[in-house]
Each structure stands twice: as C-alpha cells, then as structure tokens.
Design a protein. Structure first.
Length: 185
C-alpha cells in the first residue's frame, strides 16, 4: 500500500500555532507604528499651531514703538521721550505696548486666558486691556502659559500649549523678537 504524502494533523496544528504567533506579533508591531505615527502627526500639528500663533504675535510686537515719521519724532518734544508710543510693559501672561499708525496712536495688549491668546487693540492705553480682544490662537490648541521676558529691545515670547483633543500632547515654543524703536533701550 502506498502512503499519501502530506502533513499530519499535529504538524498542521503546530504550523497554525506558529503562524498565529507571527501574525499576532506583526499586527502588534503595525498597530504600535500607527499609534506612534498618529502621535507624531498630532505633535507636529500642535507645533505648527503654536508657531502660527507666535508668528502673529511676533509680527505685531515688531511694530511696537514704531512711528510714522521717525525724523520728525526724533527732533520733536525736547526733553521728553522721543516716541510717545515706545512704552512696553509686561505682567504675568500679558504684554502691553503701542505704536503709531497713519492716523495716530494705537495701543495693544496680548494676553492669555481661558486657554487662548487674545489681542486687544484700542485708541488709548486705558482701553487696551488684558481682559478683551480678538482670539489669535486656534480652538484646536489650549495655551497653558504665555510669558514675555524683555531685555532692552529684545522680547522673548514663550508659549506652552497642548492639543484640546489630546491634552497629554504638550509642547513649548520659544521665540525672540527684536523691537525696532523703543525709547530708553
């Protein structure tokens, strides 16, 4: 009697068990890579949102103390500050400054509250407060801290935030801005 060639039941069961172990390991590896990739994408998105908010802040701060006609401002008001819009002050989470536009002065306040960055613009210093303004940061990001450190004409802006949908993903973004014309610096 001739013997049929093939696998025995035990050999098939062992091969299936080894195959399942390999498939399980590969599936776990693929899921781990997908999770890691997802977290990287989320962290990149957070960094981009922080960078975009910082770009708006930096662009506005660069104009602080600016005047429409620097030559006239430099020769006017002997004994007084050459630029009435040169004052820059900061408190915890708020920076107040001013600059001249074509029609006169404009005062700004950048602040953080309720997890967002706000810019308040007003015609007088008293009206530009750290309590109002237009939201600058995205609703997808929660800004936890915003600090301003001034050294002469340089202002370092440090912003720490997290994604609203994933609060465990946090990033800190820091950038230095050079203010063009600030009196007394």
């Amino acid at each position: 009697m001739r013997r049929n060639a093939g696998f025995t039941l035990i050999e098939m069961m062992v091969a299936m068990a080894i195959g399942l172990i390999v498939i399980g390991a590969v599936t776990g590896l693929v899921l781990s890579i997908i999770r890691s990739n997802n977290e990287t994408i989320q962290a990149t998105r957070l960094t981009q949102e922080l960078r975009a908010t910082a770009a708006v802040i930096m662009g506005d701060i660069k104009r602080a103390g600016g005047v429409v006609d620097p030559l006239t401002a430099a020769t006017a008001n002997a004994g007084k500050p050459l630029n009435p819009f040169a004052t820059i002050s900061s408190t915890a989470g708020c920076l107040r400054y001013a600059y001249a536009n074509g029609a006169g002065g404009e005062f700004h306040a950048i602040s953080v509250r309720d997890g967002a960055v706000f810019l308040d613009a007003a015609p007088t210093a008293a009206d530009a407060t750290c309590d109002g303004g237009t939201r600058l940061s995205s609703s997808f990001v929660t800004i936890n801290t915003l600090t301003f450190a001034r050294t002469g004409r340089r202002i370092e802006v440090v912003m720490q935030g997290s994604l609203t949908s994933h609060p465990t993903i946090r990033r800190t973004f820091s950038q230095m801005v050079f203010v063009r014309s600030v009196a007394g610096s």
